[in-house]
Design a protein around this ligand. Sequence first.
Ligand SMILES: NC(=O)c1ccc[n+]([C@@H]2O[C@H](COP(=O)([O-])OP(=O)(O)OC[C@H]3O[C@@H](n4cnc5c(N)ncnc54)[C@H](OP(=O)(O)O)[C@@H]3O)[C@@H](O)[C@H]2O)c1
Length: 279
Amino acid sequence: MSKKTIGVIGAGKMGSALAIPLKNRGYDVIATRRSVKKMKELSDLGIEITSNNRSAVQKSDVVIFSLKPGDTVEQMQKLRSELEGKMVISICASLPISKMEALLPNSTIIRTMTNVASKYGSAFTIYSISKKVSQKKEEEAQEILDCFGTFEKIEEKYMDPLTPISGSGPAYLFTVMESMVYAGLKVGVPRDLALRASHQAVLASAKLVEDSDATLSELRETFITPGGVTIEALYELENSGIKAAFMKAIEAASDKAKKSSEEFMEKMDGMDLEIEEEN
Ligand SMILES: NC(=O)c1ccc[n+]([C@@H]2O[C@H](COP(=O)([O-])OP(=O)(O)OC[C@H]3O[C@@H](n4cnc5c(N)ncnc54)[C@H](OP(=O)(O)O)[C@@H]3O)[C@@H](O)[C@H]2O)c1
């Protein structure tokens, strides 16, 4: 069976991080953006590049929109007839399934949130669908999401609140890793050695969470010996209110996601989704 052709509309930071693993998995990929010159990395990998969204959609079986929300709506409106009967995957924050189904009533809509680790097949992708999507179509979508890493179906109401963890989570962990490297530097450990140790600490933590049934607190306990080293650091961390700092930070990001979503929806409510397509 021949592999599908997948169009990636808006191959910027995220779109490129989706196009590359799809190509690596053997799909034919067509990527678009207005500045074609900026897609050299993609064309060097054998991905077809163009600035013509319409022809890319015409040649594709599945179309991924990785544009900013306003551009996504604009392009969905313009390309409505070319998208008929096709699967449309959006990675756009703030754009609900109901609005996309109104824009594209004859397409299969898959709403997702992922992150740039998809480039290496290591992202955690969450997705939501409406009842209109058949099990067969959902399985087809899962085959594509599998190229980006692990995936999980969630209720759409969790999409915005979860985005600061699933979409941005690695950014917070880089801050933790950098703090460990700096701590190493402060006590005289060479930078690259401190980075390797911090990297392995994150890998080991993830592996323990993955392979064990223990809770996070139980896992932490296994590193603590009475009067030992770990408890010294944990005491200082507790004293600095680190958990509250993380909770407040992620809650602030959730509030921001909710606010952006509401503002975008207000803008959309003022738009006519039935606008005639341009030729
Ligand atoms: N960055 C992340 O970590 C992340 C994570 C999850 C989801 N997202 C979502 O991904 C989407 C894109 O974010 P991003 O960070 O990848 O932004 P980005 O790097 O700015 O990518 C958007 C791309 O769209 C292209 N574009 C704009 N108008 C276009 C048009 N009419 N036709 C074709 N291409 C067009 C732009 O390139 P030209 O100017 O050359 O056209 C740009 O490269 C957003 O909706 C965001 O919510 C991002």
